[in-house]
Design a binder for this molecule. Sequence first.
Ligand SMILES: NC(=O)c1ccc[n+]([C@@H]2O[C@H](COP(=O)([O-])OP(=O)(O)OC[C@H]3O[C@@H](n4cnc5c(N)ncnc54)[C@H](OP(=O)(O)O)[C@@H]3O)[C@@H](O)[C@H]2O)c1
Length: 276
Amino acid sequence: MEGCLCLVTGPTSGIGRETARSLAVLGAHLVLACRDTAKGAAVRDDIAAETGNANLEVRKIDLADPASVRSFASEFTAAHPRLDVLINNAGVLSFRRRLTPQGVEAHFAVNVLGPFLLTNALLPVLKASAPSRIINVGSATHFSGHVDLDNLQGEREYRFLRAYSTSKLEILLLTYEFARRLEGSGVTVNCVHPGAIRTDLYNGLPVAFRFVKWFLRDPVTGAAPIVRLASDPDLEDVSGRYFDRLREARSAAESYDVDLAQRLWSACERLASSVP
Ligand SMILES: NC(=O)c1ccc[n+]([C@@H]2O[C@H](COP(=O)([O-])OP(=O)(O)OC[C@H]3O[C@@H](n4cnc5c(N)ncnc54)[C@H](OP(=O)(O)O)[C@@H]3O)[C@@H](O)[C@H]2O)c1
C-alpha cells in the first residue's frame, strides 16, 4: 500500500482503529476522518509510534451532519488530488430512537445518509484515481432488516435492532447501486461484514445486552477482511459484492432489489437536499 492514499471514517475506536493501524503497517498514507479530532490525534500518535508511519492525517467529519460531510469533502479534495481507497466504517447502534440536531434518525443519518453523501462527494477524486476502491462496512444483521420507504427513520415504529439491521441492509442496497452506476469507471464498491467484534459499538445498549460483547472476537479479526478488500491485488476488479468476513457470500434477497435501491437512492437525495 506504499504510496496509496486511504481514507477511513471512524478510526478512533474498534474496527476502524485496527483497520487504520493495519494499513499504516502496510505503508499507506492515511486520512483519519474523525468526529472528535482530539481523540483522532491521540490515535494518530499511537499508530505512528507503533508502526513508524508518519503519513497520518487527522480531519474532522461528523457523518450525522450533512454540512460537515460536505465541508470535509471539499477540504479533502482541495488538499488531495487523489484517493485510492475510501473505507466507510463509522457506525452507530442506538437503543433509543435518537434524532441528530438536523432532525434525522441516528442510524439512518450515520450508517446510511452520511456515507452516501461522502461517497458521492468524493466520486470525482476516486474516478480520477482509478483503479480505486470503496469499502462499506455492513453487517450480517442486514438479513433481519427490511426497508420501508414510508418508515425510513423509524417514524412509525422503532425497534433498535430492526433499525440498525435495516440501516445495514440500506448501505448494502446502496453499495450495489453505486457499483451499477460506477461500472466501467475503474472504481469498485463492495460491502463487508467484519464479524461479531468486541468494540464500543455495544456501549450504547442497556447493561443486560452489553455483556454479550465479551464473547466476541477482537478488533484485529474484524479489521482483517476490510484490509484485504483494500489491498488484495486479486480484488482490483471485483465490485458490487458482499463479503461475510473473508469470503464472498450471497446477501439477503431484498438487497438485490434494483427498483428498491433506486428508490432508496432518490429518498437519500431528497433528504440530503432538505437537511440544512
Ligand atoms: N462490532 C461489531 O460486532 C460489528 C459487527 C458488524 C458490523 N459492525 C460495523 O463496524 C463498523 C465499526 O464499528 P465498531 O464495532 O468498530 O464500533 P465503535 O468501536 O463504536 O466505532 C465506531 C466509530 O464510528 C465513529 N462514529 C460514530 N458516530 C460518528 C459520526 N456521527 N461521525 C463520524 N464518526 C462517527 C466513532 O467515533 P467516536 O470514537 O467519536 O465515537 C468510532 O470511531 C460500524 O459500521 C459497525 O456497524 C460492527
